[in-house]
Design a binder for this molecule. Structure first.
Ligand SMILES: Cc1ncc(COP(=O)(O)O)c(C=O)c1O
Length: 494
């Protein structure tokens, strides 16, 4: 038997995402450019995944100053660094074993000081709905936490395998994560015609369909939505909670974009707050886990790999199991310290408060303005239509791909949106995501792009995308859909 045959078949069965293939191509093109190979562009711009720093957004200075001191405590006495950064670092170091970021996390569910501050943050956010440190687990990234929950939920094979109701479209990493955990993805359709809202009838339909092929035990929600940008209102959240309660489904709520809501009249309301306001019938029965992360939204510290989950109504035996799993794989210290900075921000009067608020505001304004700018621009391109986003950091425009390119894709044995993204990368050096990676299996093609990028980078992305798209339509015209498309072409060219 070869070593490959000994690999767990579940791991071998994980679907391969065209996203990783495209990432390799992007890296290869970048390498070619450094070696002097001539390309029609100077550098590759990658906006395919929500990684704002990769696209050029700057870190929050206070966060990096505190972490720098934590990593190198000699800086505690360096007066070039703001005093509040050094004081904060001192407090954080005192919370670490041996006063060093080089120690293991003890407890393995998260440093007490940090977990306490997370619980206080959640209680403040939810206007007094209490959060308890013992219900919080810190992990190296929120996907890690989600994977742990999926593995706990996973059981059975074939028709008896655990199923998780999952939105279409969903975050592009989710199908792979479910495969790896050994869980069946049971899709429910979000309503594009209603700005990608969660729809109760779609949930019921999905559950009925899923019951024929797996055992649906949980529902996954992304709110604010990745990649849709939809933000659920209270009524919609209540509907989902009632549905989960009636059907006995575990709620897995991905709320990692909670600080990135910019839609007019929209605010982030947490599932936990709504659950508790619905009364004991729900707040004491519905099992739920909510995820948050350093990676997303305004901090954008993806590379630090820090996240946490808050559990609600989790069976104590399951919680013990989670704690045991954690004890073999405790989360790193540095991201936990960064989590502390996220949930326990500077306040008015702190010496660094001015710079800190300016930097946060810059990111927030950039995100909101970019989302509006890209939405208007994409809607002017012939064959593209985009729902306005209210939160999160992506736009997800629908794309009419010309039949000529669909034919080419068939011959090459790839999805047409994947081919579109590959050609865009090769010809213009812009890396965006293809809707099929977000679980879209119908022929409604979509693109995924992160808009939390410097405004100049966004302009470059839109200009390159537009010239590729218009060239493509010259080569392979869209079927004549009448005056509207012709007008659109003329306008966008003008
Ligand atoms: C919906 C969603 N959840 C979680 C994450 C981040 O996970 P992690 O904290 O593991 O970086 C992302 C990142 O893109 C995301 O879009």
């Amino acid at each position: 038997m070869t070593s490959l045959q000994q690999v767990n078949p579940r791991v071998l069965g994980v679907r391969v995402s065209p996203h990783s293939t495209r990432q390799s191509l992007a890296a290869h093109i970048t390498y070619q450019i450094t070696k002097g190979v001539q390309k029609p562009f100077k550098k590759v711009i990658d906006v395919s995944s929500g990684d704002p720093h990769k696209a050029g957004m700057k870190p929050i200075s206070f966060v990096r100053q505190v972490l720098a001191v934590c990593l190198y405590p000699e800086l505690l006495h360096d007066e070039n660094l703001p005093q509040d950064a050094r004081l904060r670092a001192q407090k954080l170091l005192a919370a670490c074993g041996g006063g060093s970021v080089g120690s293991y996390s003890s407890p393995a569910t998260g440093l007490r000081y940090v977990v306490q501050n997370i619980a206080e943050f959640i209680t403040r956010r939810d206007a007094g709905v209490p959060s308890y440190p013992q219900a919080i687990v810190n992990t190296s990234g929120s996907r890690k936490a989600l994977t742990m929950m999926m593995k706990l939920l996973a059981s059975g094979v074939g028709e008896n395998q655990t199923g998780v109701l999952t939105p279409t479209p969903c975050p592009y990493t989710l199908p792979m994560l479910l495969d790896e955990a050994g869980v069946t993805l049971a899709p429910y359709q979000l309503r594009e015609d209603r700005g990608w809202a969660v729809d109760l009838e779609e949930l019921q339909l999905a559950l009925k369909t899923a019951r024929g092929c797996c055992q649906p035990r949980a529902i996954y929600i992304s709110n604010p939505g990745n990649p849709t940008g939809h933000v659920q209102d209270r009524k919609s959240i209540e509907e989902v909670i009632r549905f989960a309660a009636t059907e006995g489904l575990f709620l897995l709520v991905d709320e990692v974009y909670q600080d990135s809501v910019y839609g007019q009249g929209r605010e982030f309301v947490s599932y936990k707050k709504v659950l508790f306001e619905m009364g004991e019938e729900y707040s004491e029965t519905v099992e739920m886990v909510s995820f948050h992360s350093l990676s997303n939204g305004i901090m954008g510290e993806c590379g630090l790999r820090g996240g946490y989950m808050e559990t609600v109504n989790l069976d104590p035996a399951v919680m013990r199991c989670l704690v045991t799993i954690q004890s073999t794989n405790s989360p790193p210290i540095l991201p936990q310290l960064a989590l502390d900075l996220m949930v326990n921000p500077l306040t008015c009067g702190d010496p660094s408060y001015g710079t800190y608020t300016q930097e946060i505001l810059f990111s927030q304004v950039t995100l909101a303005q970019n989302a509006q700018r890209a939405w208007e621009f994409l809607n002017r391109l012939p064959g593209m239509s985009c729902q306005p986003a209210m939160g999160g950091i992506h736009l997800y425009p629908q794309l009419l791909i010309p039949p000529g390119m669909i034919e080419q894709a068939k011959i090459l044995g790839v999805e047409a949106d994947v081919l579109y993204c590959q050609r865009l990368l090769e010809e213009e050096g812009v890396c965006v995501g293809a809707g099929c990676e977000n679980g879209q299996t119908d022929k409604n093609y979509h693109l995924r792009l992160c808009v939390l990028v410097p405004p100049g980078t966004l302009e470059e992305v839109l200009a390159r995308l537009s010239s590729f798209h218009l060239r493509l339509l010259d080569r392979f015209p869209l079927p004549d859909r009448g005056v509207k498309d012709r007008e659109l072409v003329e306008n966008s060219v003008a």
